[in-house]
Design a protein around this ligand. Structure first.
Ligand code: OGA
Ligand code: NI
Length: 361
């Protein structure tokens, strides 16, 4: 790596060299690195309080969708409490077959473990590309890179041409996203009702009608205590549905403590994003989370981020009027979705969400 004789670290040069390999973090591991490249070193304060992965933990609430028809009011109440107090919850009996989930995890692994030459054509940081592979490199000078590779697949208005997907995971991505869309419809109803709104409210405003799948590959790391798989952030979305494999490493910031979110086979994790916090006028919370780098791996996860339809993205968003009153005035101003995406930044020393930007002081 690029450390000159006086020990000077050239961030831009190292970033460029890594990017130009088009081989991602997986490429570094394949090349047999035993020392963490300087580019991936995170400041010690961002690595603090790393509980052992087997540490005793407080656990997320679990929402069971079994017999939803008969248990609806109970499930709505559990959803309200979870979205309000945790911002994160597990979902079980969600209707997505185990085989579909396992096949998706296996397909993501298969994609990332192809020879570099096979993956290179997908490697890109062009924001306009609907399907691309990258390591989500930092754009802000001197920010560190993170120990993961990402294949992202963007479905605008639920649409992405199947032929635009890599063959290694095409069938599985198509299957998986179909189920994600079905579950989104259920969650949109439950979250609407949990806000005290008609059950079709969130669906009608089309705030979750597009989705981006982040198919994440976290290689095992030679010096996991010096870096992170995904740095602390909150999701910019309305809602995220996450599937993780059995490795572990996800943590959320709950009551100012990092707590582990241990894998539960077959369960999905839902989390409220910043946009949902905004339109719910802070009733639901978007909570910061991160993924530790680990000496074991790879860890595979698939995050499905729900964002507005093309039509809704062209209209302003603001706290939902029906939720406001003299006692509960709007805490955010109106804004355009496009303006919002430009403002969003993730920093490594301090998560800086768009929430603050739209807050009425
Ligand atoms: C994300 C994220 C968690 C994970 O991509 O926003 O939080 O487990 N991922 O990979
Ligand atoms: Ni996230």
């Amino acid at each position: 790596m690029v450390v000159s004789s006086n020990g000077h670290f050239d961030w831009a040069k190292e970033l460029k060299e890594f990017d130009e390999t088009k081989a991602g973090v997986k490429g570094l591991v394949d090349a047999g690195v035993t020392k963490l490249p300087r580019l991936f070193e995170h400041p010690p304060e961002t690595l603090q309080s790393r509980p052992k992965l087997d540490a005793v933990h407080l656990d997320l609430p679990t929402i069971d969708l079994q017999d939803l028809g008969a248990r609806r009011s109970e499930v709505v109440e559990q959803t309200r409490k979870a979205a309000q107090e945790w911002g994160f919850f597990r979902i079980v009996n969600h209707g997505i077959p185990l085989e579909t989930m396992d096949a998706m995890l296996a397909a993501v692994k298969r994609f990332h473990e192809q020879p570099t030459e096979e993956k290179m054509p997908w490697y890109s940081s062009d924001v306009r590309k609907q399907v691309k592979l990258n390591s989500n490199l930092p754009s802000r000078e001197n920010d560190p890179a993170s120990w993961r590779d990402i294949l992202s697949c963007v479905f605008n208005d639920d649409q992405l041409h199947p032929e635009d997907l890599p063959l290694a995971c095409r069938k599985e991505v198509q299957q998986y996203v179909k189920y994600m869309i079905e579950l989104r419809e259920i969650m949109a109803e439950l979250l609407s009702e949990a806000l005290g709104l008609p059950s079709d409210y969130l669906s009608n405003i089309e705030c979750m009608k597009s989705e981006a799948l982040a198919c994440l590959y976290y290689p095992k790391c030679p010096e996991p205590d010096k870096t992170l798989g995904t740095p602390k952030h909150s999701d910019t979305t309305f809602l995220t549905l996450l599937m993780q494999d059995s490795t572990g490493g996800l943590q959320i910031l709950h009551d100012d403590h990092w707590i582990d979110v241990p894998p539960v086979h077959g369960a999905l994790i839902a989390n409220i994003g910043d946009l949902m916090q905004i339109i719910s006028n802070d009733k639901f919370i978007s909570v910061e989370h991160r993924v530790l780098a680990q000496p074991v791996g790879p860890r595979i996860s698939v995050a499905c981020f729900f964002t507005p339809s093309m039509k809704a993205a062209a209209k302003p968003f603001a706290p939902i009027k029906e939720l406001l009153s003299d006692e509960n005035p709007a805490v955010y101003r109106e804004f355009m979705f496009r303006e919002y995406t430009q403002h969003y930044k993730t920093r490594f020393d301090k998560a800086e969400t768009a929430l603050l930007h739209y807050k009425i002081r």
